[in-house]
Design a protein around this ligand. Structure first.
Ligand SMILES: [Zn+2]
Length: 341
């Protein structure tokens, strides 16, 4: 099956040396702009031959550590370019789902699109699907490594972690582990995304394309957390150093990352009814099976007994729900356990 060619276009010349700031222009025809585009900011920094790093954030608009870490990084990279310290190419898109970023929302207000649930995308789809397709069909073929920075956003609080898919063969597996080691988050989690986006995410599409990729969850709530920002700052620079793309960046040394794996949704806790959620356990705590996790107060029947929620498995809490107001089916807790293989 031949793929339809991407309709997204740019003035950036990916083969030119130096720093270029432009945009990936996504056609979007609206009442007020028949032939208009959505400009997704894109920076290309190239210093001769070498590997290409694709760095993205703002895939979800309400997750901030990655967006800020990339905005800071491009300033460092501009200096590095001026000083001739780049050997390769870095593509930076700090607000990949631009409409969602401008709205401060997870999903795009234009089409409701969740960019990390529509990969590999559609060339002639909605704006969100077109962005995904551009990443898959235009940016991936140029890339030797991919980092897509996420955080918990409006509905989750996360222990700050890096995540990666297992890899499709032994070589891919080794490349992914090496990328996780380089990035150096305190905790790295191997996951197939069964509790999240499974095969519809950016990093799953990178795995399918055979490109080593990692993603992150760097905090929670629609705000900035300092520990998460620090992990992203250091990790991005260390990866660029280790791949030989940039030299002369300062990075603090950190302990080796510890490798974990997520337990699937069958071990998560979901709200059995609407109510007000009282978490009794927090991210990073180690729990036993059947341990009391939290309470859910009913809004419709104030005299009813409060619902007591228990963990379905032993493990370490990797995320928990952030808002108090809860609807039936909302995800409240997720667990991880040490990775053994
Ligand atoms: Zn996200």
């Amino acid at each position: 099956m031949t793929r339809t060619e991407s309709r997204v276009w740019t003035h950036i010349d990916f083969t030119a040396n130096g720093v270029q700031s432009g945009s990936a222009n996504v056609p979007h025809s609206s009442d007020t702009s028949a032939y208009g585009v959505l400009p997704v900011p894109m920076i290309c920094i190239r210093g001769g031959d070498g590997p290409t790093a694709l760095l993205t954030a703002g895939t979800h608009g309400d997750e901030y550590e990655g967006q800020i870490a990339l905005l800071e990084l491009v300033q460092d990279l501009r200096r590095a370019s001026d000083e001739g310290r780049i050997a390769g190419r870095i593509l930076v898109l700090p607000s990949l789902n631009r409409p969602a970023v401008l709205a401060g929302r997870r999903n795009s207000p234009l089409d409701g699109g969740n960019l990390n649930r529509v990969f590999p995308g559609k060339a002639d789809g909605s704006p969100t699907e077109m962005i995904a397709d551009y990443v898959t069909s235009v940016l991936f073929p140029m890339s030797d490594l991919v980092i897509d920075l996420h955080s918990g956003g409006s509905s989750l609080q996360y222990l700050p972690i890096a995540l990666a898919r297992p890899g499709l063969d032994a070589q891919a597996k080794a490349a992914i582990r090496s990328l996780l080691d380089s990035f150096g988050a305190p905790t790295s989690v191997i996951t197939k995304g069964s509790g999240g986006g499974a095969n519809s995410t950016l990093y799953a599409a990178a795995e399918a394309a055979g490109i080593p990729a990692l993603t992150t969850e760097l905090g929670g709530g629609p705000t900035l957390t300092q520990p998460g920002l620090d992990i992203a700052r250091r990790g991005l620079r260390q990866v660029l150093l280790d791949f030989g793309i940039v030299s002369g960046l300062e990075t603090p040394s950190v302990p080796a990352t510890r490798l974990m794996r997520t337990l699937g949704p069958g071990s998560s806790i979901f709200a059995p009814h609407d109510g007000l959620f009282v978490p009794l356990v927090h991210q990073g705590e180690v729990v036993e099976k059947d341990q009391l996790a939290g309470l859910l107060h009913r809004l419709d029947d104030p005299l009813a007994d409060v619902t007591r929620l228990h963990f379905r498995a032993a493990g370490e809490v990797v995320w928990k729900r952030f808002p108090t107001l809860t609807s039936a089916g909302d995800a409240l807790y997720g667990l991880m356990v040490p990775f053994t293989q």
